[in-house]
Write a protein that binds this ligand. Sequence first.
Ligand SMILES: [Zn+2]
Length: 276
Amino acid sequence: MVDIADGWHWREEAWGAALQQDALGAVAAHVMTSRSLNFRAQAERDYAALARTFGRSAGEVVRVTQVHGRAIVHVRLGEDVPNGMEADAIISTDPSRVISVRVADCVPVLIADRHQRVVAAVHAGWKGTCAAIAEATVDAIAILGVPPDDLIAAIGPSIGPCCYQVDGRVRHSFLAMTPDATAWMVEDGVARWKLDLWQANFDQLVRAGMRADAIHVARLCTADHLDRCFSHRAEGPATGRMVAAIRLGAPQRRQMVAGGAGSAGASFAGGPGGVT
Ligand SMILES: [Zn+2]
């Protein structure tokens, strides 16, 4: 069994192991995928499988071209979002669509409002973290009228402070952003540091106004758990990708039928839960 922080659990979908955070799951249907889907070799098939988990079609899964920046896309009810827009965070107020980011060491952050007005998905590698993309996302949600202390966040599997060695260029980039960054790095040999992207993103969410006890970190290092996760560092750039996806509205769990084969994997097959 893969060691993971309290409040997180693996469940079995039709396509394989999926990770969920319990507090987030109480207010928004979401999933973080495992090695069971790789979103590369047969990406369309994999997006279709992911979509079915939410009771939607692949065309209702919003994807962006991630560029390690600070741009945020807002998905609104009835408005088209062209696939492949360049952004590293997506905010949605549309319960009919699933929003998603792809990772393989970079940090996936899923965010939902307790009152089910908004959800967000964030991709934060070192550059995105250095650009404070998670903080920018909470700021953008606040502009929509949802206060940060109404938000719950899940920081998913990604390369941990145990394995993420960086050089002076990365260190200087962070220190130029904020003196807080000294707390995110420890020396690791000559001109090398270990960087804690989990803590960096956690601190940014708190700085943006979120309650610390509403931020849940999986503390699952991708490079150390290749049985469940893909890792760019450990396996090279050709490895697969994991997807973190979320949809506005509380999950409506379909009753499992004893002996029935058709119900597996349809965890969120209901409607948007009365959210408008
Ligand atoms: Zn590690």
